[in-house]
Write a protein that binds this ligand. Structure first.
Ligand code: T46
Length: 138
């Protein structure tokens, strides 16, 4: 299964400000085993350039903005994250690149698995090969 989609989180606000809660089984459709965040990204930097074999993730620009380039092996699409009430859910074999980080961007990512380098495909041609093999099997 390989897919991605933008999800909207409900903002709970009152006169003090805003709050968003992300809970496993409610608005996060997987067990959250790891949280990491990317910040202080230098101007012009591009990151990612890999796919995951099994990982599910939700990426949220809790501050600032950045752009994800998402590629399922046949189609490439750009999604800009600009709002802390939006999350990008990514599951399975999707090649991702990140760019256009604003100077203040804080990108938080909730992940379904612990860090495991063997889940990464960091070579684009190998990614295309794996996608092709998977689509032949299914
Ligand atoms: C992804 C995108 C959105 C760890 O030791 N533990 C971790 O949990 C992570 C995520 C990374 N690392 C190490 C591995 C590298 O030595 O931190 C270094 C930077 O990781 P990487 O180059 O993979 O970072 P990005 O920004 O290219 O990709 C990250 C995630 O790795 C990836 O899963 O989907 O953000």
């Amino acid at each position: 299964m390989a897919s991605y989609k933008l999800v909207n989180f409900k903002t709970l606000g009152d006169e003090r400000g805003s709050l968003i809660a992300i809970e496993q089984g409610y608005n996060a459709p997987f067990e959250i085993k790891r949280v990491y965040y990317i910040f202080d990204t230098k101007e012009g930097v591009e990151r990612g350039f890999h796919a995951h074999i099994n990982l599910k993730q939700i990426a949220i620009a809790v501050k600032g903005s950045c752009t994800f380039v998402l590629d399922n092996g046949t189609k490439r699409e750009e999604i800009k994250l600009t709002n802390p009430n939006q999350g990008l859910f990514i599951e399975g074999l999707i090649w991702r690149e990140m760019k256009n980080f604003s100077f203040d961007c804080v990108l938080i990512v909730l992940a379904s698995e612990h860090y495991n380098e063997s889940d990464y495909i960091r070579d684009y041609n190998k990614f295309l090969e794996v996608v092709k093999n998977v689509s032949c099997i299914s």
